[in-house]
Design a binder for this molecule. Sequence first.
Ligand SMILES: *Cc1c(COP(=O)(O)O)cnc(C)c1O
Length: 390
Amino acid sequence: MRERPIYFDIQATTPLDPRVLEEMLPYFTEKFGNAASRHAFGSEASEAVLRARASIAKGIGAKSPLEVVFTSGATEADNLAVKGLARANAERGRHVVTTRTEHKAVLDSCKQLEAEGFRVTYLEVDSDGLLKLDELAQAVVPGTVLVSIIAVNNEIGVIQDIAAIGAICRERGALFHTDATQAVGKIPFDVDRMNVDSASFTAHKMYGPKGVGALYLRRRNPEAKPEAEMLGGGHENGSRSGTLNVPGIVGLAAALRYALEDLEPEIARLTALRDRLKDGLRSGIENVRINGHETQRLPGNLNACFPGAPAELIQMALPDLALSGGSACSSGIAGPSHVLHALGSEAACSEGAVRIGLGRFTTQEDVDYAIGRFVEVVPRVRAEAARAGA
Ligand SMILES: *Cc1c(COP(=O)(O)O)cnc(C)c1O
């Protein structure tokens, strides 16, 4: 057995790229200034933030660096966008549209809005996890102030047609927010081309540090100005008070820059690895069910059910593979995944699903090892489960 398991949980978090750490280090030590201070230490920090902001804005297709608001991560960015934008525009209407397959940060923010008297429409997805665009168009009515739709699902990797969704929202005059945490730095993503008014993302899902993320807010749309959650010094144009996490922000910018530098070849490499994994599992194991659209999905994501073999038991039988049995963000909470539930996969996947994430440091050798282990373990788990059930 290996000393340390192979890491296959890339959608939960990624290791910090050593090049990113290298760029962050000076801002923990000699360049420690507060970016809001008006002296040399402050300017050193604020200039680093300025450069990072410009580089991030360019990386996501934003017109101005001022459209990037730094947060503690995507959870905070989702909260600020969903609650903040709905509240700030409440006088125009109190209706919000979202989907059943959002991250909990969006779903729980919508629940809070419902408690405040907003009406929320939760759109269904098809069995592949894709939103039906005609249903979206029907749901967005004159009182709809905000549409929030996840760009790439963190459990099943499904990629929504963000440009088409953005066009529908634009045409109907509703603000469009997207949780783009699993899209930015992983697939082409451009807020202008896709008509996105607001987008959340986080550094630790793209080989940057934990605890820092950002919210894009379209400046040319005056409605895209959220009511702040964090009050205080008025940082970030009043949208989010708090001393800026300078090393984190430098890390976020570096992480995005490295990800974009290599985007196309990395997409090709991960897609090939993911397909190798999928084919290997299917040819070595009977009855493998892939959750989420087969091709319109994140290159480095596979989500599978092995009917007759509970995901939890598979996970336990594979201590040498660090995998997720659903969404790590809500793991520890018993019960089936709300995403698989929305796909209508309950019957086939009542025993849960395994998520296998592939990333920058995953090799073909790792994938082949994982295939071999699944092929070995799944029939055994099935036999044991059948015996226990009999
Ligand atoms: C990880 C994740 C989040 C939460 O991001 P944090 O920075 O960890 O708060 C939100 N949305 C999606 C889709 C995610 O994958």
